[in-house]
Write a protein that binds this ligand. Sequence first.
Ligand code: ADP
Ligand code: MG
Length: 167
Amino acid sequence: MLVYKTQSPAETFLFGQKIAGLLTAGDVLCLAGDLGAGKTLFTQGLAQGMGFREDVTSPTFAIMNVYEAKIPIYHFDLYRLDYAEQLYDIGFEEYTGRNSSGMAVIEWPDKFPEALPDENLWIEITSGQYTEERLLRIKPNGEYYQKLCEELKVIADTCFRYSDPSL
Ligand code: ADP
Ligand code: MG
């Protein structure tokens, strides 16, 4: 697991923007964390890094937004979802499968763990000591994401002044 400290919204956005180049169709990014943690802000950076210039907002009511970026980004928010069946109805398994035509970003993934692919990149954002401080805990699930994480670490090390070497 990698742990980093972001000290401003701009820093979180920039990190998303910078790692965009590592991601490809079939990748699944799970973004856990409370309301206001910065999941959507991070996704905005990611979308911009993939060349998407329009608005990116939490698809809380829509369940999914699609951004036609360099590769399509399927942006999910499971916050208001009551049943996993609603996900299957909209084709969640295809959007999040290895053969998906785009990449998936999932906010509130912990609401329906059984619906998620076993392999994913899990990022948890929690608040820190100061108003604009957040901790990013980055955990690769599966061999594919372990490799991805090695490249991600190189980028993250240039983005953040603080990382926790003990973890
Ligand atoms: P979520 O999608 O997790 O509910 P948002 O991304 O919509 O959260 O909102 C995060 C809010 O927290 C924004 O208003 C943002 O400006 C603020 N914020 C403050 N510090 C940070 C930080 N270090 N990283 C991300 N967002 C931050
Ligand atoms: Mg959000």
